[in-house]
Design a binder for this molecule. Structure first.
Ligand code: ADP
Ligand code: ZN
Length: 219
């Protein structure tokens, strides 16, 4: 099953999806497809899509389904039939989830599990406000304001995302409750959801995720 597991990494902004994604990508040897990273890449390249998306992203709103679905399906449909994948940040609306299921079903490649990283909202606000991203390896990390802004993994320069400001953080958490939580119910009704306690050290969270994945692989 290694290399062919199909996972959705799910959770509110700041839950640690990005951190777990980098770990799972290496552990499972599957392509990591992050909608946020794809949008940021397009923005950096100043493509039409990137410029369009940035208006929504900077306000903390969801990019419209049509654009989002197109960019993700394009990636998924380019994978080899036996490839697994790790979706991160997608689907984020029930409509996106339904379209994804329809497209995977036609290729008999349904999702194996949804890994839901559960973190209380007060903790999310704190994490997002202190979050920095490495410009070298993309790893998100928490930085104490007095510490030097260097990546603990590769020494690269850290930057703060334009949408990690108070207004945008509050909007993203509202949008999550309103539009994204229904996705969880959609997958729960299919019995696909594994809930992970997303509090504590990265190491602890890693171990919890790893245990669930080992169970899944041994089935
Ligand atoms: P976070 O999980 O910290 O909010 P992401 O990098 O996943 O960060 O997403 C950043 C922004 O990109 C979101 O706030 C949203 O504007 C946009 N975005 C990402 N994924 C989606 C999606 N599936 N649907 C709509 N917009 C999205
Ligand atoms: Zn780095």
């Amino acid at each position: 099953m290694m290399g062919s597991v199909r996972l959705v990494l799910f959770g509110p902004p700041g839950a640690g999806k990005g951190t777990q994604a980098l770990y799972l990508r290496d552990y499972l040897a599957v392509p990591h497809i992050s909608s946020g990273d794809l949008f940021r890449y397009h923005l950096q390249q100043k493509t039409h899509l990137g410029v369009q998306a940035s208006e929504y992203i900077n306000q903390g709103l969801l990019v419209p389904d049509k654009v989002t679905i197109e960019i993700i399906l394009d990636k998924l449909l380019n994978l080899q039939p036996t490839d697994g994948f790790l979706l991160d940040g997608f689907p984020r609306t029930e409509y996106q989830a339904r379209i994804l299921s329809e497209n995977l079903a036609t290729k008999s490649k349904n999702i194996d599990r949804v890994i839901y990283i559960d973190v209380p909202i007060t903790e999310l606000v704190r994490r997002l406000s202190n979050r920095y991203i490495c410009s070298g390896c993309q790893a998100p990390q928490q930085v104490n304001p007095l510490e030097p802004k260097k990546c603990s993994l590769c020494g690269g320069e850290l930057y703060q995302r334009a949408d990690d400001n108070t207004d945008s953080i509050n909007t993203r958490l509202d949008v999550y409750e309103r539009e994204t939580v229904p996705v969880l119910d959609f997958y729960r009704s299919q019995d696909l959801v594994i809930t992970i306690d997303g509090t504590g050290s990265i190491n602890c969270i890693n171990k919890r995720v790893q245990k669930q994945i080992e169970d899944l692989l041994s089935q």
